[in-house]
Design a protein around this ligand. Structure first.
Ligand code: SF4
Length: 282
């Protein structure tokens, strides 16, 4: 894996993602190589003429990220409720050859979280690799939220669609460590596959097992898989997603977990739950 560096003219921007606010992508491209397909990869192919996943795995770290934040935070501070990392890349990427986190990426991500918190801004982070235990020692804001993406427990599914991510077991364990240390945790359960793509969902108990494995978290986001022909060809995909969304809601309400079901995933969209990440104080 080759890490190179780049500079940018700006970093913070307001996202159009329904439950998002402001966001940062301080790395260009992504090593995880998800083939659901990955929305960021689709954009890269369309606008940046990237042709292969291999090209997109040659990542570039924005080396002037902290300097940019020093300029941009005072400018946008009053508009920001929280900053999410990341929608177009992964803040804790790893080197698939060495099978370890890329230290420069991790250090930059942790420094960005610290800088946001030092300026009274809450951070939310989401990874398909492992949340580092260093977070626990850093005395960061208790309002931050640490999340993993998790759509299955089936390692055969992972091998097919997100081969270069951490195993599900390790990913959940890294999140649980932060939860046990008193930090806020969440799951992004999207893009969620249909049973055609993940055999473990053919048995209803497969989904129950998945929910039980993350019953300790504070928040769950659930959303369907888009842009995949096999999903659109699956005759019962709408009913499947509506039923799964009902299960998530029932599970969360029973356990006192906050949740948001994304658009086009539940029978009647509830926009009130878009605000699950907002807090006023850091
Ligand atoms: S982790 Fe996210 S950005 Fe990276 S390849 Fe997977 S879906 Fe795309």
């Amino acid at each position: 894996m080759k890490l190179s560096y780049m500079t940018r003219k700006s970093l913070l921007y307001k996202t159009a993602v329904e439950y998002g606010d402001w966001t940062i992508n301080h790395i260009e491209w992504c090593t995880h190589w998800c083939t659901f397909p990955c929305y960021a990869m689709m954009l890269a192919k369309r606008f940046w003429r990237i042709k292969t996943y291999d090209e997109r795995r040659e990542i570039r770290l924005v080396k002037n990220s902290l300097e940019l934040l020093d300029k941009e935070i005072p400018k946008y501070r009053d508009q920001i409720k929280f900053v999410h990392m990341c929608f177009m890349t992964d803040p804790f990427m790893y080197d698939s050859k060495k099978k370890e986190v890329i230290p420069e990426v991790q250090t930059m991500t942790l420094n960005i979280i610290k800088k946001l918190n030092d300026n009274w801004i809450k951070a939310t982070v989401l990874t398909k690799w492992l949340l580092p235990k260093e977070i626990i020692k850093m005395n960061l804001s208790k309002e931050n939220e640490y999340g993993i993406t998790l759509v299955s427990l089936n390692e055969k599914f992972r091998d097919r669609f997100e081969k270069y991510t951490s195993t599900y077991k390790e990913r959940i364990a890294s999140l649980k460590k932060l939860h046990d240390a008193g930090l806020k945790t969440r799951i992004s359960m999207e893009p969620f596959p249909t049973p055609e793509l993940d055999e473990s969902l053919k048995n209803p108990k497969g989904f129950d097992k998945l929910l039980e494995s993350i019953s300790f978290v504070d928040k769950i986001i659930f959303g369907k898989l888009n842009y995949n022909v096999q999903v659109t060809q699956f005759k019962y995909s709408w009913d499947f997603y509506y039923d799964m969304a009902d299960k998530v809601i029932e599970f969360c309400e029973r356990r006192g977990i906050e949740y948001h079901i994304k658009q086009w995933t539940q029978r009647k969209y509830n926009e009130k739950t878009e605000k699950v990440f907002v807090t006023t104080k850091v």
